[in-house]
Design a protein around this ligand. Structure first.
Ligand code: ZN
Length: 221
């Protein structure tokens, strides 16, 4: 009886090895490369983000005066807007870049030479916003950065200055708006919009009406 049990055990073991070995061979020959590591904000971190009730343009005046958009969203596969001072060339080099809205810096670093200095700020949107609960604003090619990851910023705070990604481009601000909690420098160009939305359209829709509605003209009587 013992012998039979032992034989069955051996047979079962052999059967299992036979099933596993091809798997080992497949994964052993060419292990699939892991996706580059990326992290996401936890639900708790999302809930603790500063609430952003209003957004302004990050360059020039709060309405973007004195700037132009050299390459708009989705032109030539672009995932953001390239904002420039109206002087053109490098005349905007070193100009202040402002946080578009209240939020928390979730990345500040140099992910690649093409990006140069890059800042990601996460914002919590008011309940009911169709893009909520979290969007991120992205500021790239900066000459300098004045914030660190983890820092809370208010709308309009100077977070850095317009740069060239260390001489790669004419000075400009690559500005993006991304939807969702994933923290990943990502790419500036793609065939589809990925999780990006048109920055200028987003800002226009999130300016908060109250401070932008001009007073009506006085009534003539
Ligand atoms: Zn760009």
């Amino acid at each position: 009886m013992d012998k039979i049990v032992r034989i069955i055990c051996v047979l079962l073991t052999l059967a299992m090895v036979a099933m596993i070995v091809p798997e080992l061979r497949v994964s052993g020959v060419r292990a699939k490369p892991l996706d580059p590591p990326f992290v996401r904000l936890t639900p708790l971190e999302m809930a603790a983000l500063p609430l952003a009730t209003r957004f302004d343009m990050p360059l020039g005046s709060e309405h973007g005066a004195f700037t132009y958009n050299a390459r708009a969203f989705r032109i030539q596969r672009h995932l953001g807007d390239d904002l420039n001072g109206i002087g053109g060339g490098n005349s905007d080099l070193g100009d202040p870049v402002h946080a578009a809205g209240a939020g928390r810096v979730i990345y500040a670093g140099v992910p690649s030479p093409d990006w140069g200095n890059m800042i990601l700020i996460a914002h919590r949107l008011p309940d009911g916003d169709e893009l909520g609960p979290v969007v991120q604003t992205v500021y790239a090619h900066l000459e300098s950065m004045r914030v660190r990851a983890g820092q809370v910023v208010q709308r309009g705070d100077v977070i850095g200055t317009v740069g060239t990604a260390a001489g790669r481009y004419w000075a400009h601000l690559h500005f993006e708006v991304r939807v969702g909690p994933y923290i990943n420098p990502g790419q500036g160009y793609a065939d589809t919009a990925l999780n990006r939305v048109a920055p200028e359209v987003f800002i226009r829709a999130h300016r908060g009406a109250d401070e932008n509605v001009l007073n009506p003209p006085p009534e003539n009587d």
